[in-house]
Design a protein around this ligand. Structure first.
Ligand code: EPU
Length: 425
């Protein structure tokens, strides 16, 4: 298991960071390639992240041909004659987004046997349910049974369009249903969808291939089924959470970064909060210049919410920032109830954080002192690296395979802007 060793505090964070394609946009787009007979070219793929590699392996195991073109960022995916409909436990247990193959397979081939998925442990004892996916797919005509950890699903002929109102907002269930409705018979109306930019990236991708999808409200989509999708070439959007992570890094370490290849309009909420804590921010069409302040101000009650609210995937990184603020701050987690495991590790570095129910109270002015800390999930691992950057001494972050799931070239990008970080076994 690899670890990072970071020597801090970093006092010279300067330079440019090029943001990779979005992992969370690319995953459903890759799953949606199962709906095609024709080849699909996907550009700006963050193919060096572990989750994307797992998804590509999953597609290969289903019979898709995967061919990298020119560079590691562009991939051509072609259906072969050996198409299978079996999502194995050995692959799906490693990644939650693996479940996104279920709807496309049933929609395209009328059947699938798919393992329950794994993924980061973010929800305490509640696990990471998929009831919203399954209930909604049933309304399109999918029938299923659960046997030995597998969902045995089938449909009688084509899935059929329907009116579906999600009882709660879910990113994954929204993606699942959008993909499954594209080839369904007739009209589907999906209400109370998540509207994260990654979901719009998925609908834009499908529209580029001839899908008839129309957003008729902020959380409502109308989809008219088509018989097949055309060949297409699509470039994945930049990674919103990677961008936010580097914005926090610059703010935290009094840095001066030019963060490139990302549309700043997509992270207005996060940038407003960073301005509130004192960051100086200049916005350009596809980049952000951000400078950290001498003194970081505290914020009362950041609350995670569905987009366009503050993202749960940036709460751990903001927690580190608020540890350095002058004054007390708080973060309330509304999406995943168990998402505070990093707080315990930050305490090992000197943070003063108390957690009550879903709210973390963070006392500021922490002088982080280096120690060995352990990553518990993807974003927690990024937060620990950020804390290492401003800790005095040599911080060792273990289990960085979590980080590798979603950050492409993280340590090289940090090294390039002045952070002393090394990977070792
Ligand atoms: N939920 C249910 N039933 C369901 C689905 C979800 O109860 O059938 C609950 C979840 O347990 C959670 C809430 O609804 O409490 C929201 O979950 P959602 O389905 O929106 O999340 P997801 O699709 O599993 C995606 C991202 C996560 C990100 C969340 C929230 C991908 C691959 N994953 O997960 O990203 O935190 O949306 O924005 O897109 C990450 O990248 O580190 C990560 C965890």
């Amino acid at each position: 298991m690899d670890k990072f060793s970071i020597t801090g505090p970093c006092r010279v964070m300067r330079g440019e960071v090029s943001i990779s394609g979005s992992k969370n946009a690319a995953l459903p787009i890759l799953a949606a390639t199962l709906l095609f007979d024709k080849p699909v070219i996907i550009e700006n793929l963050p193919s060096r992240t572990r989750d994307i590699q797992v998804m590509l392996n999953l597609l290969k195991s289903l019979g898709s041909n995967i061919q990298f073109l020119n560079n590691k960022k562009t991939v051509k995916i072609t259906k072969t004659k050996k198409q299978k409909q079996f999502g194995s436990y050995s692959i799906l247990k490693t990644m939650r987004a693996g479940i996104l193959i279920l709807g496309p397979l049933v929609s395209k081939y009328g059947k699938s046997i798919c393992s329950f998925p794994g993924g980061c442990v973010l929800n305490g004892n509640s696990g990471r349910p998929i009831n919203l996916h399954l209930e909604a797919l049933k309304k399109l005509g999918m029938k299923y049974e659960i046997k030995k950890g597998y969902i045995h699903a089938k449909s009688n002929g084509k899935l059929k369009g329907n009116k579906i109102e999600f009882p709660a907002i879910s990113v994954g269930a929204s993606q699942q249903l959008i993909m499954s409705s594209v080839l369904a018979k007739g009209k589907t109306l999906l209400h109370n969808l998540a509207c994260e930019p990654e979901i719009l990236d998925l609908t834009n991708f499908l529209i580029s291939a001839g899908a008839k999808i129309k957003w008729i409200g902020k959380r409502t989509c109308q989809i008219i089924g088509v018989s097949s999708l055309k060949e297409t070439k699509y470039s994945v959007m930049g990674d919103r959470i990677e961008t936010g992570t580097f914005c926090v890094a610059a703010t935290l370490a009094k840095g001066d970064l030019l963060i490139k290849n990302f549309d700043p309009k997509l992270i207005k909420t996060e940038l407003n909060l960073l301005k509130k804590v004192g960051a100086k921010i200049k916005l350009f069409k596809n980049s952000i210049n951000i400078k950290g302040p001498e003194r970081i101000k505290s914020i009362k009650n950041i609350t995670t919410k569905e987009y366009p609210g503050f993202p749960t995937d940036l709460a751990p990184q903001f927690m580190v920032l608020l540890c350095k603020a002058s004054g007390t701050s708080s973060i309330t987690e509304n999406i995943f109830q168990g998402r505070f495991l990093h707080a315990m590790e930050l305490q090992r570095l000197g943070a003063k954080i108390t957690i009550k129910n879903r709210t973390a109270k963070i006392e500021g002015s922490t002088n982080f002192i280096a120690a060995e800390v352990m990553s518990s999930d993807l974003r927690a691992s990024a937060a620990l690296v950020l804390a290492g950057i401003v800790s005095k001494g040599n911080t060792v972050v273990t289990r960085v395979y979590h980080c590798d799931r979603g950050y492409e070239n993280f340590e090289n990008k940090l090294k390039k802007v002045g952070v002393k970080i090394k990977r070792s076994k």
